[in-house]
Design a binder for this molecule. Structure first.
Ligand code: TYM
Length: 328
């Protein structure tokens, strides 16, 4: 079976963008692949986190993975810091990752501008930890949203460089980006991606938002004064809403344009809100149910970490041998 790896950071609550761009697609992929899914808590501390909040968000995100339909029997679902091989391989990969490469990462440029008071080394070498996540499991496919494409490309460059020196150690991974909703945009500034780090709460939908909040946020979503429900580069707000509606209903964007042709935003925006409420409702309810059973969650993430570590060790041993470390 081919191998899939992906991860999400528990830095805050996950958004509709995380769900549509990533998580939702992970569920269908686990049928045909050996899938590993990870809560990337080590990545999260590249920006300052409140410890109690990080712990809570990590468990909530883990519960959401399961609530979305990830199956701990089929897939390996774990917390990054529970598998120390990630940080270990990241160190070695750091020595095969160039300063220039890391400097060119757009996420680093954005985040170092946004957190100018804390441009730490972890924020800079974040992509080599992500490369370690992926390469540890000999991953074939990495399902992510559009914003992570550059990091997967860098992972390929690191793998290629390492393999070029030592022979075929790492499988060459490929990004797998969805056709619809690969880049869900902000509801208030539709030229920016929807992000949980925005200071404007109306710009994003959280998976855990209650229905009335979701409906209100969609009613306030920025559109334009032209009035037609169709996609166009000069209608980024409406185009985004069409993509969201298409993604949650499973319809094509063209079918959505047809469905609402001749109708105004007064009809369209609430319809998008309702569709999103219905798509997220079961996930929100199941997450709450799971969070009430901490012992069950604990048994799942322990078992996940054990399975992951067994796979990770095989790669790590190979890497250590290649670079010349004395076997333990
Ligand atoms: P993160 O936690 O920012 O986002 C998790 C996933 O959600 C996708 N995503 C979006 N998709 C569509 N529209 C949006 N507005 C949107 N915002 C986020 C992201 O592309 C991602 O797939 N570095 C990663 C986490 C990570 C990882 C990995 C991913 C750590 N190690 C190894 C893949 C493989 C991150 O910060 O994603």
């Amino acid at each position: 079976k081919k191998i899939i790896f992906s991860a999400t950071q528990p830095s805050g609550k996950i958004t509709l963008g995380n769900y549509l761009g990533a998580l939702r697609n992970w569920v269908s992929l686990q049928e045909d692949y050996h899938a590993l899914y990870c809560v990337a808590d080590e990545h999260a501390i590249t920006v300052r986190q409140d410890p109690a909040a990080l712990r809570r968000q990590t468990l909530e995100l883990y519960a959401q993975f399961i609530a979305c339909g990830l199956d701990p029997e089929k897939s390996t679902i774990f917390i990054q810091s529970h598998v120390p091989q990630h940080a270990e391989l990241a160190w070695t990969l750091n020595c095969y990752t160039m300063y220039g490469e890391l400097s060119r990462m757009t996420q680093f440029k954005d985040k170092s501008a946004a957190h100018a008071d804390n441009v730490n080394a972890g924020l800079f070498t974040y992509p080599s930890l992500m490369a370690a996540d992926i390469l540890l499991y000999q991953t074939d496919l990495v399902p992510v949203g559009e914003d992570q494409r550059q990091h997967v490309e860098l992972t390929r460059n690191i793998a290629q460089r390492f393999n070029g020196i030592y022979g075929e150690v790492f499988t060459m991974p490929e990004a797998y980006i969805p056709k619809v909703a690969a880049r869900v945009m902000s509801l208030s500034e539709p030229d920016k991606k929807m992000s949980k780090s925005s200071t404007n709460e109306n710009s994003y939908i959280l998976v855990m938002d209650p229905p009335e909040v979701i409906l209100r946020k969609f009613k306030r979503a920025v559109t334009d004064s032209e009035g037609g429900v169709y996609r166009s580069p000069d209608k980024p707000g409406v185009s985004n809403l069409i993509e969201i509606y298409a993604a949650v209903t499973g319809k094509s964007p063209e079918a959505v344009e047809q469905e609402f042709s001749g109708q105004g935003y007064g009809a369209f925006k609430p319809a998008v809100g309702e569709a999103v409420v219905e798509a997220l409702r079961p996930i929100r309810e199941e997450t709450q149910r799971l969070l009430a059973d901490k012992a069950y969650l604990e048994s799942l993430y322990r078992q996940g970490a054990e399975k992951a570590a067994a796979m990770a060790n095989r790669t790590l041993r190979k890497v250590h041998k290649k670079v010349g470390f004395v076997p333990r």
